[in-house]
Design a protein around this ligand. Structure first.
Ligand code: NAP
Length: 285
């Protein structure tokens, strides 16, 4: 069994980005990412701080815009419109979730698709679905990068994705279909989850239920990718982060597995930097 080391790979990708950013600077372009944070959710604050730190380390200009949790939708839209028109900003990211009084779809649709480094705008979603991807959501993009790095070609594989969110499962499904895997997608209404997961050569899980995938749900020799991140507040793992895979028991059965932490998580930020760099490169055209 090989552990898919997302932490090491993310460092490698970040170094590559740093070099490319330095090259771009010679042309007078400094890639710039603006992150809008509405409210004071502690987890969101941590994510935003970590994105900012990674940007600075990679030579990417980072602008953090914090707005009060009571900020009106109009104010947020107005801020996005200004960033859309700002030539020093190539990527715009609105940290989710947003407060309930704000229409998330409306916000995401207002971001210029060319600056949509999260890949959530319908225009970018459509391009991915039609097999002509441009800016692709960072987490599934990170999963594809891990597979590539370890020489795992999904073409022809029976792949099973558990979780069908717009952020993880659906774009993952489209990337794998584009790569010509045979894809099964499971969700909360799937009748017999184990019947699907246990047939998969490639199993990708992003649900948010700690250790939900047990040993008997995984095929011998499968490639297992754990997108879940759960902070445990009780039991043996109290205070620790665990994934959706019962790692200790499943690891014995598979050919490759991502750990949590240190698997998919670090790749998400690396792909955000990559998307920002690509958006900056595209701004030249
Ligand atoms: P989400 O929007 O809540 O989606 C969860 C998905 O899981 C839904 O599609 C849901 O089905 C499905 N589901 C719920 N219970 C299920 C069950 N018992 N059996 C099968 N499917 C079930 O969550 P998300 O934003 O995609 O995040 C999922 C997990 O990934 C979380 O732990 C999150 O922290 C993590 N995550 C990690 C990264 C990273 O960088 N590593 C990035 C994003 C998210 P329905 O649609 O039918 O309700």
């Amino acid at each position: 069994m090989t552990v898919l080391d997302g932490k090491a790979l993310s460092n490698k990708v970040k170094e590559e980005i740093k070099l490319e950013t330095a090259e771009l600077k010679k042309e007078g372009i400094i890639p710039g990412l603006a992150v809008i944070l509405v409210g004071d959710d502690p987890a969101s604050k941590t994510y935003v701080a970590s994105k900012e730190k990674s940007c600075i380390a990679a030579g990417i200009f980072s602008e953090k815009i914090t707005m009060n949790k009571d900020a009106t939708q109009e104010r947020v839209l107005d801020r996005i419109a200004k960033l859309n028109a700002d030539d020093s900003i190539h990527g715009i990211l609105v940290q989710l979730p947003l407060p309930d009084h704000i229409d998330t779809n409306k916000i995401l649709e207002t971001i210029d698709p060319k600056k949509d480094v999260d890949g959530f705008h319908v225009s970018n979603v459509g391009q991915l679905v039609t097999g002509n991807p441009n800016l692709v959501p960072c987490t599934p993009l990170g999963v594809m990068r891990i597979l590539k790095e370890y020489g795992i070609n999904p073409t022809g594989m029976d792949a099973c994705i558990v979780g069908v969110s717009n952020i993880v499962g659906k774009p993952m499904m489209n990337l794998l279909i584009n790569a010509r895997a045979t894809v099964t997608v499971c969700h909360s209404k799937t009748k017999d989850l184990k019947a699907h997961t246990s047939k998969a050569d490639l199993l990708i899980v992003g649900v948010g239920i700690p250790h939900m995938i047990k040993e008997d749900m995984v095929k011998d020799g499968a490639v297992v990718i754990d997108v879940g991140i759960n902070r445990m507040t009780w039991g043996k793992y109290e205070g620790k982060l665990v994934g959706d895979i019962d790692y200790e028991n499943v690891a014995n059965k598979c050919s490759y597995i991502t750990p949590v932490p240190g698997g998919v998580g670090p790749m998400t930020i690396a792909m955000l930097l990559k998307n920002t760099l690509n958006a900056a490169k595209m701004s030249r055209q």
